[in-house]
Design a protein around this ligand. Structure first.
Ligand code: NAD
Ligand code: USQ
Length: 403
């Protein structure tokens, strides 16, 4: 297939682009390197030393003989995006190109506005581009499990049948997101659903859980292909953070009581899920939703697993309970369905099998790059005027339609 990966320089996008290329698909990447700018803005860097995208692509081609096309630009720029799609003419577009950090979206008004404009306008432009240029192209859009929040009932895959006053209907599952970032994904979902209805587009909204790990078969081929591994308090996700904290023998930063339960998946399953969605497209007019995760854990359970894994490597770490900087339930019911990707053939990698290899060993290998000042959370949900002590270049934030 011809598959265009929007956000292909990022964490999930880079691993996906290489995986799809290796599997024989013709791949193009679209990215504007905003993610690298946010590192400069926040004064942080990935644990792993990632190379410029042009170098990554050159090495990939030298090693495999496969070329990946590159379109450098901003998906909120309709002229750019539509010209890239017209030039590449994809069968499927995989859309990762959004601002994906909840804490980043909660820094202050400017970052909240930026996040929602970047994400919602980018997706809206993509819907219009597909409709205008290639209405048969399948949109594979990365949503998030966080769109649902933590309701006191089972979470279905996108839709729920309800009975009300003696009548019954299937309706979109209620959304109770917990940050301006997660809200941007809800707005995207509504726009995608509406576009499928009115223009008969085909779309798969992948409500992905928290991704962990960094190594895939493809990124392991050469040091120049290494993927990013974020562990700072703004972009680092919980399990990646705990492993780096353990490698530095720093107490693990559980927020609150640690009963916050989420769906998780290995990055090697992310890339496979994307391919499965592409190979089995939605029908015209269909907006289907898959919950993309393989296991669910509470934050405290994860901390205890990392503590045990570190212990086996001879590193003793404590588990700290910090006041949560977020507004979130610290204990709650959580049971989310996730059978649709399994039905398509996903064979999951489980955390208990991969934790030591894929995570702790990487964290230990690059431990001389760890900056322990990035471990404690600084962005507080209830403070709409957060200032990050380490912010070095606020002007680096692009604000399309903002300030
Ligand atoms: P990332 O920040 O590492 O990558 C996103 C990429 O998109 C970056 O390379 C960035 O430069 C690019 N980008 C952002 N805005 C752009 C724009 N306007 N124009 C062009 N390029 C732009 O994020 P990630 O962790 O790879 O996440 C990818 C997607 O998956 C996001 O939509 C995220 O919401 C979703 N997701 C991620 C996780 C996770 O745990 N990482 C979990 C669930 C869902
Ligand atoms: N947490 C801790 N300690 C930490 C960091 C986080 O206890 O040091 C807690 C948080 O309070 C939260 C949970 O761990 O309850 C998950 O936080 P996270 O930062 O790992 O994940 P989140 O903010 O939800 O966002 C990440 C990705 C986002 C994606 C989402 C999937 O950054 O792009 O959409 O995971 S989901 O959580 O399913 O919505």
């Amino acid at each position: 297939m011809k598959i265009c990966v929007l956000g292909g320089d990022g964490y999930c996008g880079w691993a996906t682009a290489l995986y799809l290329s290796k599997r024989g698909h013709q791949v193009a990447i679209v990215d504007n390197f905003l993610r690298r700018q946010w590192d400069f803005e926040l004064g942080v860097q990935t644990l792993t030393p990632i190379q410029p995208l042009a170098d990554r692509l050159r090495v990939w081609q030298e090693l495999t003989g496969e070329a990946i096309d590159l379109f450098t630009g901003d998906v909120t720029d309709y002229e750019f995006l539509s010209s890239a799609l017209a030039a590449f003419h994809p069968d499927a577009v995989v859309h990762f190109a959004e601002q994906r950090s909840a804490p980043y979206s909660m820094i202050d008004r400017k970052h909240a506005v930026f996040t929602q404009i970047n994400n919602v306008a980018g997706t809206l432009n993509l819907l219009f581009s597909i409709k205008e240029l290639q209405p048969d192209c399948h949109l594979v859009k990365l949503g998030t499990m966080g769109e649902y929040g933590t309701p006191n009932i089972d979470i279905e895959e996108g839709y729920i049948r309800i009975e009300h006053n003696g009548r019954s209907d299937v309706v979109p599952y209620p959304k109770q997101p917990g940050s301006f970032y997660h809200l941007s994904k809800v707005h995207d979902s509504h726009n995608i659903m509406f576009a499928c209805k009115i223009w008969k587009l085909r779309a798969t909204d992948l409500n992905q859980g928290v991704v962990y790990g960094t190594v895939t078969d493809e990124t392991a081929l050469d040091e120049a292909l290494i993927n990013r591994f974020d562990y700072d308090d703004v972009f680092g996700t919980v399990l990646n953070r705990f492993c780096v904290q353990a490698a530095a023998a720093h107490p693990l930063t559980v927020y609150g009581r640690g009963g916050q339960t989420r769906g998780f998946l290995d990055i090697r399953d992310t890339v496979r899920c994307i391919e499965l969605a592409c190979l089995n497209p939605a029908n015209p007019g269909e907006c289907r939703v898959f919950n993309q995760f393989t296991e669910q854990f509470s934050v405290l359970e994860l901390a205890q697993m990392v503590q045990a894994a570190a212990g086996k490597l001879g590193v003793a770490v404590k588990v700290d309970h910090l006041p949560t900087p977020r507004v979130e339930a610290e204990e709650h019911y959580y049971n989310a369905k996730h059978s649709r990707l399994l039905d398509l053939g996903l064979r999951p990698h489980y955390l208990s099998d991969s934790l030591l290899d894929s995570l702790m060993n990487i964290a230990i290998r690059y431990q001389d790059r760890i900056n322990t000042s990035l471990f404690l959370p600084q962005v507080k949900w209830q403070n709409p005027h957060n200032t990050l002590g380490r912010t070095v270049a606020p002007a680096a934030v692009a604000t399309p339609g903002g300030d």
